[in-house]
Write a protein that binds this ligand. Structure first.
Ligand code: SAM
Length: 261
């Protein structure tokens, strides 16, 4: 009975997350800029610089709906190939590089596809949009050189399953990187940040997107997410080595990384 109850709760959670993202999809970019003061762009730049993308790589960006991380990876590869003298590298970029954007929510993927169109990337063979669940990925074992998940893991039902799947699909030598809103500890700053998250963000959600509830949920999910050290242990438990993290803005966000050997 208890496990039946748990299953219902879990089903409700994933349904609710789906509703939240269907609801925020159309305002998602604007709200990201408003809530983070544009900082999310720098945080994503940092994530991609840590990934160090290379031409010919197969990369999976999970919970990547809007394409923000994938576009940055492509930009970074483009500058690599511009620096290289041989034209052949440019061909490799088209032929062999594969950047998969996987998201469970069709509306978020549609926002990403629309943005790809606006950037003239709709025919780029290197960019693939895949509807799928981070907890049960539709990719083969040891098929990816890199895995990123930005602002996605705190909304999943089972973090452990997501980490196990990340480990499974990465090739030996592959890198796992996770950018997530995290925990601020410095006294003073913590109180300020709590006030901002619990009072200002839902009010902004109401004002800008007419949707207080979804933004309230998103803020509450930050508090429930494990603190930096605990999350690092979970990544190590999934099998990753050289697990480390970097706090940005005093822990407002953290980038965790791990290697599969
Ligand atoms: N990565 C993008 C960014 O940083 O702008 C989007 C982040 S958005 C806050 C979270 C995304 O996670 C949503 O697009 C949502 O649909 C997706 N998501 C939630 N649960 C998921 C799951 N189990 N599998 C794949 N994607 C999921």
């Amino acid at each position: 009975k208890i496990s039946g109850f748990k299953e219902v709760q879990e089903e409700e959670k994933s349904q609710m997350v789906d509703n939240v993202f269907s609801s925020v999809a159309s305002n998602y970019d604007l709200m990201n800029d408003v809530m983070s003061g544009g900082l999310h762009r720098l945080w994503k730049d940092r994530l991609v610089s840590k990934l160090n993308p290379f031409p010919g790589m197969r990369h999976l960006d999970v919970a990547g709906g809007t394409g923000d991380v994938a576009f940055r990876i492509l930009e970074s590869l483009n500058s690599v190939s511009r620096r290289a003298v041989q034209d052949v590298l440019q061909d490799n970029l088209q032929e062999e590089t594969q950047i998969y954007v996987c998201d469970i929510n069709t509306n978020m993927l549609n926002v990403g596809k629309k943005r790809a169109q606006e950037r003239g990337l709709e025919d780029l063979r290197s960019l693939r949009w895949v509807e799928g669940d981070a907890e049960a990925l539709c990719f083969e074992d040891a098929s990816m050189d890199g895995y990123t998940i930005a602002f996605g893991i705190r909304n999943v039902t089972h973090i452990e399953k997501v980490l196990a799947e990340a480990y499974r699909v990465l090739k030996p030598g592959g890198r796992f990187l996770c950018l997530e809103l995290s925990h601020v500890e410095a006294p003073g700053f913590k109180q300020l940040y709590d006030y901002y998250s619990f009072s200002v963000i839902p009010a902004l959600g109401e004002l800008v997107a007419g949707d207080r509830e979804s933004y309230q949920y998103l803020v509450e999910s930050i508090r429930r997410f494990p603190p930096q050290d605990m999350f690092a242990s979970m990544i190590a438990d999934a099998g990753f080595q050289k697990v480390e993290y970097e706090n940005l803005v005093g822990g407002v966000v953290a980038i965790h990384s791990g290697l599969k050997f």
